[in-house]
Write a protein of this length. Sequence first.
Length: 135
Amino acid sequence: ANQAVGASYRIDANVLLSWTGTGNRGGFVYDYTDANNYRQLTLSRTASNRPLLTLTEVRNGARQPVTSREVNQAWPVGHPIRLILLRHAGITTVGFANVTLITASQSQISGVKRVGLLAQWNLARFDDVVVGAAP
């Protein structure tokens, strides 16, 4: 999924992290304009085996954390999570299935933007990936 998107869009997928270490991440790159300007949503595990969601923004090559949230639910090894990201009117909404977990105000990016998949320090599997217009 290296797909150009408009101002409002949705990307969701079943994400399965193959390794259980806390530094291993999978997720989405979004609002990508070039290698120095993009945003990312990562999913990782905490030491207590819970999902951790993190939004990060990279502008002019400088990485800035936006927000993160540890989800108060067990995450059994070998089970994928349905990860959803919506962008609409400068708002980023992140959740699992039908549960909203993060809402963040992020400015609109002009020009052509792309979305894609991300794996860091991890073998990650993405199934049933959907990129489309935000509802």
